[in-house]
Write a protein that binds this ligand. Structure first.
Ligand SMILES: Nc1ncnc2c1ncn2[C@@H]1O[C@H](COP(=O)(O)OP(=O)(O)OP(=O)(O)O)[C@@H](O)[C@H]1O
Ligand code: SF4
Ligand SMILES: [Mg+2]
Length: 352
């Protein structure tokens, strides 16, 4: 993660070594109707993603509700079977790996869930919940599971005495810490954190984000961080991918994305990020989005954003814009991008 407050600092590019790569990733959920359960359509939840995640970085996936973020997270952690495409982790193709072969991978790739209430079994003690991964993976720890679990609890800022307590005895923030402790048990390499703080009070969101950051430094973790708005991941991302209706519309280094966004949808998302400067805020309000996100069952053809885009032209309705690199490390899928190097469009200057 990068937590510098000055955006002039370039986001770090951790080791440059690729940990995860995704090509053409698709997940369609079939819609079945009638007695024969014939397929009548599909929810195109994720529709052709390409990206790589570098060792040690925080790669954020951002987009409105229903754009396919959780589905992507569940595909990466192999909790869902992809419809098409390829997922490579540490050089191994894990796309359709069988349950038996995938067992060791389950140690390396873990997921923190959006809902700290629903993801912990209320009938199990904290000790049982956090120690479950050891049991599942038949891992013996030095000094026994109880000692290991108590160490994990301390690591996430809880007390070892919480071992015999139940989830309902904790606050939302503490429950998310319990979830994080469980995630860390097997010392994963990659953690997919699905909106880890969105269900928490604003006052404790920063604490949990800081904890994730400390843990990243301590254990050389790589994060795929999921968020629905750009403000949450503003200070923690190294790179950000913006999703719209199952597709990535822009990927850039944190600084470039916030300072020189190229895709109109990213600009619109940035208009939701609170900025103290009223002059800049006034300019941003002019690009606020109209209408709702269309259904992923029947998404608009070509550029999926054309029904809400103020720059849309005929070509946007007929030709899908490919995700192209328009500046170093900055990819955008738009026929008429903003802030192109050499172009005369003004910067939005949303940093700060
Ligand atoms: N198991 C499923 N069966 C059918 N449709 C599904 C399933 N899971 C997700 N979807 C649909 O796929 C689309 C993407 O859902 P997903 O949960 O990935 O979105 P999201 O970006 O995580 O949204 P949110 O911000 O609300 O969490 C939605 O239209 C959702 O209704
Ligand atoms: S391709 Fe056209 S409709 Fe799509 S974002 Fe760009 S300008 Fe808007
Ligand atoms: Mg989600």
């Amino acid at each position: 993660m990068t937590t510098t407050d000055t955006d002039s600092t370039a986001a770090k590019s951790p080791t440059g070594e690729e940990l995860l790569s995704v090509t053409g990733l698709v997940k369609h959920f079939p819609i079945r109707r009638g007695v024969l359960q014939r397929q009548t359509g599909a929810v195109q939840a994720v529709d052709g993603l390409d990206f790589t995640v570098t060792k040690g970085e925080t790669f954020s996936l951002v987009g409105e509700s229903g754009c396919g973020k959780t589905t992507t997270g569940r595909l990466l952690t192999r909790l869902l079977e992809p419809t098409a495409g390829k997922i490579v982790f540490e050089g191994r193709d894990i796309t359709h790996m069988s349950e038996g072969k995938i067992r060791p991978l389950r140690k390396d790739v873990q997921m923190i869930f959006q809902d700290p209430y629903g993801s912990l079994n209320p009938r199990h003690t904290v000790g049982k919940i956090v120690g479950a991964p050891y049991k599942l993976q038949h891992v013996k720890t030095e000094g026994g599971t109880k000692k290991a679990v108590q160490e994990l609890l301390e690591l996430v800022g809880l007390s070892p005495e919480h071992y015999n307590r139940y989830p309902h005895e904790f606050s939302g923030g503490q429950r998310q810490r319990i979830g994080i402790a469980r995630t860390l048990a097997l010392r994963p390499k990659l953690i997919v954190a699905d909106e880890p703080v969105s269900a928490l009070d604003v006052s404790i969101q920063a604490q949990v984000v800081n904890l994730l950051e400390d843990l990243q430094n301590e254990f050389d973790l790589t994060y795929v961080m999921i968020a629905h708005d750009l403000s949450v991941v503003r200070h923690v991302s190294d790179r950000v991918a913006v999703m719209y209706l199952g597709k990535i519309v822009e990927i850039a280094d944190r600084v470039d994305l916030y300072e020189t966004p190229m895709h109109p949808y990213t600009l619109a998302l940035l208009s939701a990020v609170p900025i103290p400067d009223t002059k800049r805020r006034a300019r941003q309000e002019r690009i606020r989005l109209q209408g709702d996100v269309p259904s992923p069952i029947n998404p608009p053809p070509a550029c999926r954003f054309h029904t809400r885009c103020w720059k849309a032209q005929d070509i946007c309705k007929t030709v899908e814009p490919p995700l192209l690199q328009l500046a170093p490390g900055h990819q955008t899928a738009c026929h008429f991008p903003e802030n192109q190097p050499g172009g005369d469009a003004p910067k939005t200057g949303t940093a700060g």
